[in-house]
Design a protein around this ligand. Structure first.
Ligand SMILES: *[C@@H]1O[C@H](CO)[C@@H](O)[C@H](O)[C@H]1NC(C)=O
Length: 303
């Protein structure tokens, strides 16, 4: 009886992030797997520590190539766009997320609203769409209307390099130090984020995947006409962007099986978020879109 209660409690605690983590080696598991963990390892997640807080950079002193003023402007612009998208109901089932009381140039204001969004929505797809809408609202329509047909399609390599450079230049305030690097498919078509500020401050892999990785990849594919694969490493806080590269089915599946960061502030809300039904149909739909974009037949049909 007691053992049973203990197991239920334990499962409940672990279920704050329901995901499994086949992608992570046991060397970075939070605890060495005991007999019980092994028994549960198929359905229960592991926790990973993430990079040590003691080596966390002073992000306020890291700036993109255009300097602190532009970074401050971008912080304010992003916050304003995010707050206004979350503060209006464009569909009847959307939840109004009030703006943070922090000043607009305060990075933590963005983190606060993102947290609120992730705790109040149980539907991951809805969160991904809200984040993608925010990205769209940051760009003037003359860019979004023309980029796919003028640049992305006729000059995919050049476009990938351009986006890599722009991501580094205009994303440093959000992600911390980054550099344009070479990826297997081409020179200077990648961006390496050294230790992501957004991930570091939100302390939640699930927020990273649903409010950043998936919406950003979807934004580049659907709105810029360019493939993008983002590969976060939760143990180090690094993230590798690969422009011109569509995520594979396996990468997407792994991304969804995020482990839980031990510092994840998963209160009651995030628990239900993590526990939300896997939304299999939407997941399939995403993949269908991907497959269509790649000109291949659906890779998951026989799954
Ligand atoms: C989740 O949100 C998406 C987008 O708003 C919607 O199409 C879908 O029906 C929602 N799923 C559930 C289970 O409510």
């Amino acid at each position: 009886m007691l053992v049973r209660a203990w197991l239920i409690l334990r499962a409940f605690a672990l279920s704050s992030c329901r995901h499994t983590s086949f992608a992570f080696s046991s060397s970075i598991l939070h605890t060495t797997p005991s007999r019980t963990t092994l028994l549960y390892s198929r359905t229960n997640p592991s926790t990973i520590d993430g990079p040590p807080l003691s080596s966390k950079p002073d992000y306020s002193s890291i700036h993109g190539p255009f300097g602190p003023l532009l970074d401050r402007f971008l912080t304010i612009l992003f916050r304003e766009r995010l707050a206004s998208r979350l503060g209006e109901r464009q569909h009847p089932n959307e939840i109004i997320i009030p703006d943070s009381s922090r000043p607009y140039h305060d990075f933590m204001g963005i983190i606060e609203i993102t947290h609120a969004m992730n705790t109040q929505y149980t539907n991951r797809t809805a969160v991904q769409i809200l984040a993608q809408d925010t990205l769209i609202s940051l760009f003037p329509s003359f860019i979004l209307d023309r980029y796919p047909s003028w640049f992305a399609k006729p000059f995919p390599e050049f476009s990938s390099k351009m986006c890599a450079y722009a991501t580094m230049a205009f994303g440093t305030w959000l992600m911390g130090e980054c550099e344009v690097n070479d990826i297997p498919s081409g020179e200077k078509m990648g961006v390496l984020v050294k230790r992501c500020r957004f991930l570091g401050e939100s302390q939640c892999a699930s927020i990273c995947v649903n409010s950043c990785k998936i919406p950003t990849q979807n934004f580049f594919r659907e709105n810029m006409g360019l493939g993008l694969t983002m590969t976060p490493d939760y143990a180090t806080g690094e993230c590798q962007f690969a422009f011109g590269v569509l995520p594979t089915e396996e990468e997407e599946r792994e991304a969804r099986n995020t482990p839980c960061l031990s510092r994840c502030p998963s209160g009651g809300g995030l628990r239900s978020f993590h526990n939300a039904a896997p939304e299999r149909e939407e997941w399939l739909e995403d993949l269908n879109k991907l497959a269509l974009a790649q000109g291949a037949s659906c890779v998951l049909m026989d799954d």
